[in-house]
Design a protein around this ligand. Structure first.
Ligand code: AHR
Length: 510
């Protein structure tokens, strides 16, 4: 008997090694699990390159079809994503932005030089009204990033009043500019990267600045601000520690930024760089854990949320484009980073309540690329659309065996990424990053005997490394688009799925 068990175990191990088979336990009956807040699927739009102008806004007189100046094709595409929250106007731009320049008749608005991003002249034709109306039209919660680096307390306080108060001088000015009713503005970032482009401050100095600015940003007429302190970058645990120690009240969230950089352009990489990048991307798991541990020390009741309000891939710009405009292509590699990152974020939602991928359109790991009247949906867009079934669902724990690999230059990356949630159905999202090996995954539920399974797949085109380089481009090149997924078998409490190399799959199981 003992001999048979050992033989079976050995066979399973050999099978796993040879055929890439793993068992994943899905605990759909686990209780007291956190919700995956929809805000985990947040986005970011900065006055940078062609994100706002050409991307979101073309103006009412543009030959490009638009709704009151907003690109129609973008509006339609964004609706599908169910974007819950959008951070604006920066980024580094936020700490040089003076909101009064962006109100009133567009032709009279002063021009400024966007010194952070390529020295481009900013004509301020997209300002507070244009942003908040865009959010309102799409049912997106606005996240305003305020100027602490070069703006005054009074300026930020008045901006809040302008947007949210029913009466008073600011409300009168707003009405004069065409908007009588205040908007609802919940999220207010008090500065951005104040350790760097937001004023090169120490955490001690910024903590005090935070308190000054936050004090005067008031709640008007039922609007309740959720104030976010500007947080650390990557591994700067000291910033989080000092902020948590010094800022004890009038704070709802602390931010964090984490980018996955590459040495070349988005489409120019080999296998080693690919796996290295995945390794760097999934290291966000450890980075989040470390920041969370510090927050737990100072705030064991988890009253202050963690917001990863900038993340994504950051490559060299596309040849021939302004280096300050951060325009990069987006391939199946980016889709893999998106899927694996989102699967990680789902595990952190006891503390992590929002993330904002950088950025919505034409900048860094964009959902959408535009050129003239053309629009391209990137592989990252498709991941966000496929994964939005997890928004506001209850997190379902999964036990994924450790199958970490080491890239030739020593980065650790997993060969399988999985997460699950429960709403009207169980949704399981899986990614197989290997460019050569398919992966068979046996999902085993606590009790559920699935009676219906459907799925969608996003898979790289071509073989080997070419699969993760595949992408969509202008001129109708569409290599990556979701398709129905059928490669699974159901038996009792298990669903056996075979993931082709370089693929992302989302299953709906009832
Ligand atoms: O997203 C691009 C830039 O990256 C942002 O402006 C800044 O906050 C970060 O360094």
């Amino acid at each position: 008997m003992m001999k048979r068990t050992l033989t079976t175990l050995l066979a399973a191990m050999i099978g796993a090694a040879l055929f890439g088979q793993v068992k994943v336990a899905v605990h759909e009956n686990a209780t007291d699990q956190p919700v995956i807040p929809k805000e985990i699927y947040g986005q970011f739009a900065e006055h940078l390159g062609r994100c706002i102008y050409d991307g979101i806004w073309v103006g009412k007189d543009s030959p490009i079809p638009n709704i009151d100046g907003y690109r129609k094709d973008l509006v339609e595409a964004i609706k599908e994503l169910k974007v819950p929250v959008l951070r604006w106007p920066g980024g580094c731009f936020a700490d040089e932005y003076h909101w009064r320049d962006g109100i009133g008749p567009q032709s009279e608005r002063p021009k400024m030089i966007n010194s952070n991003w390529g020295g481009t002249v900013e004509d301020n034709s997209f300002g507070t009204h244009e942003f908040l109306n865009f959010c309102e039209m799409l049912g997106i919660e606005p996240y305003i990033s305020g100027n602490v680096g070069s703006g005054t307390v009074e300026e930020l306080a008045k901006w809040v009043e302008y947007m949210t108060a029913k009466g008073g001088t600011m409300a009168d000015l707003r009405a004069k500019n065409g908007r009588k009713e205040p908007w609802n503005v919940k999220y207010l970032g008090v500065g951005n990267e104040n350790w760097g482009c937001g004023g090169n401050m120490t955490p001690e100095f910024y903590s005090d600045q935070y308190k000054r600015y936050a004090t005067y940003c008031r709640n008007y007429d039922g609007n309740r601000l959720y104030k976010v302190a500007s947080g650390a970058s990557d591994y700067d645990y000291n910033w989080t520690k000092v902020l948590m120690r010094n800022v004890r009240r009038d704070i709802s969230g602390l931010s964090l930024h984490y980018y996955t950089g590459g040495h070349s352009t988005a489409l120019d990489f080999g296998e080693d760089e690919y796996y290295n990048m995945l390794g760097k991307a999934v290291e966000v798991d450890e980075v989040l854990r470390n920041h969370e541990a510090i927050m737990d020390l100072y705030d064991p009741e988890r009253k202050i949320d963690l917001l990863l309000d900038e993340w994504g891939t950051w490559f060299r710009v596309e040849p021939g484009t302004n280096p300050g405009h951060l325009f990069q292509q987006s391939s199946m590699r980016d889709a893999m980073v998106a899927a694996m990152s989102l699967n990680i974020f789902h595990k952190h939602t006891a503390r992590l309540k929002m993330t904002n991928i950088a950025q919505m359109v034409n900048v860094l790991q964009a959902m959408i690329l535009t050129k003239g009247s053309e629009i391209v949906l990137t592989p990252t867009y498709h991941v966000f659309r496929m994964f939005n079934v997890h928004q506001d669902a209850i997190s379902v724990p999964v036990d994924v065996p450790d199958d970490s690999q080491v890239s030739p230059s020593g980065r650790i990356y997993p060969e399988l990424s999985v997460s699950a949630s429960k709403s009207d159905a169980i949704h399981v999202s899986l990614a197989n990053p290997s460019v050569t090996k398919p992966k068979t995954v046996e999902l085993e539920f606590d009790a559920l005997k699935p009676s219906s399974v459907t799925g969608e797949i996003l898979v790289g085109k071509g073989k080997g490394i070419e699969a993760v380089k595949s992408h969509n481009d202008f001129g109708g090149k569409t290599e990556i688009a979701p398709a129905a997924f059928k490669d699974f078998k159901t038996s009792g409490r298990t669903v056996k799925v075979t993931l082709p190399p370089a693929s992302v799959v989302v299953l709906e199981i009832k």
